[in-house]
Ligand binder design. Structure first.
Ligand code: SF4
Length: 261
């Protein structure tokens, strides 16, 4: 099951768990119908229920985030700032929602915030972020104009550990809303956690980097994480940096093709 699939299962109605929605005039059965619980996220989702209170979203992962809940990434960010849907809330300084152009044609999704990101509230601003800027600039892509950058989870995992499946499932609905709002033509998934978290492909990143995949009508490419490139500075043919150079050129070519269509 993909994590997106896990998300829909995680929201399965459980009578032993009192949903905050229970106070809003909906029976459990009505909720199941209204939120189309068993449909995979790639299918059209139900409209926002009449009695749905979006203010409950940050209170717990059992509260769904119907497609269309947010009008903008800024609106979504207000919920992330006070979100308690998973334990990563406990140690965060800032929720890290995204940066760049919310109307960009390219979205870059990483794993989660690191220390610098937690301190600043911005994704990819440490050394790895600086390298990402250079990679984009090498094909004349500007990080403020041409891309929107965000992460699978919005709050920093302690010691920069990999986020757990439950943490990813709790945060994934925010990401799905970000993707809907930004509506990118191309999604770049930096590192294995981003690939697994969004599209459920568990293969190693070195096996699938540079491979175009279609997900919900969008072109996705797994790429190596800039932090990995920092640990492997060689530019020799076949090295991680050389591979990234091939991949980012392919991305630029694909973007030009898509914009010409
Ligand atoms: S990681 Fe996501 S789901 Fe967890 S507290 Fe932060 S914003 Fe909420």
């Amino acid at each position: 099951m993909t994590l997106a699939g896990r998300e829909s299962k995680a929201f399965s109605y459980n009578q032993s768990t009192r949903s905050p929605l229970a106070d809003h005039d909906m029976s459990g059965e009505q909720q199941i119908n209204l939120f189309n619980w068993d449909a995979p996220p790639s299918e059209p989702v139900s409209p926002i229920p009449v009695n749905f209170d979006p203010e409950l979203i940050p209170t717990g992962a059992q509260v769904p985030i119907p497609s269309g809940t947010y009008q903008s990434v800024a609106d979504l960010g207000k919920h992330c700032d006070r979100c308690q849907r998973c334990d990563l809330a406990k140690q965060r300084t800032h929720a890290v929602v995204g940066r760049g152009n919310p109307q960009a044609k390219i979205m870059i999704i990483g794993e989660g915030p690191g220390q610098t990101e937690d301190e600043t509230g911005l994704p990819f601003v440490g050394k790895a972020g600086q390298l990402l800027e250079k990679i984009l600039a090498s094909v004349k892509l500007d990080s403020q104009q041409d891309v929107y950058i965000c992460n699978i989870v919005k709050c920093r995992p302690p010691e920069n550990r990999v986020p757990t499946p439950d943490e990813i499932a709790a945060c994934l609905p925010y990401l799905l809303e970000q993707i809907r709002i930004v509506d990118p033509k191309i999604i770049l998934l930096t590192g294995a956690t981003a690939v697994k978290g969004l599209i459920g492909d568990k293969r190693g990143i070195t096996k699938i980097r540079g491979e175009w995949m279609e997900w919900q009508g969008r072109q996705c490419m797994p790429i190596l994480h800039p932090a990995y490139l920092l640990r492997n500075p060689s530019k020799d043919v076949g090295s991680p940096k050389w591979l990234m150079w091939q991949d980012i050129q392919a991305v630029k070519t694909k973007l030009e093709q898509l914009l010409a269509d």
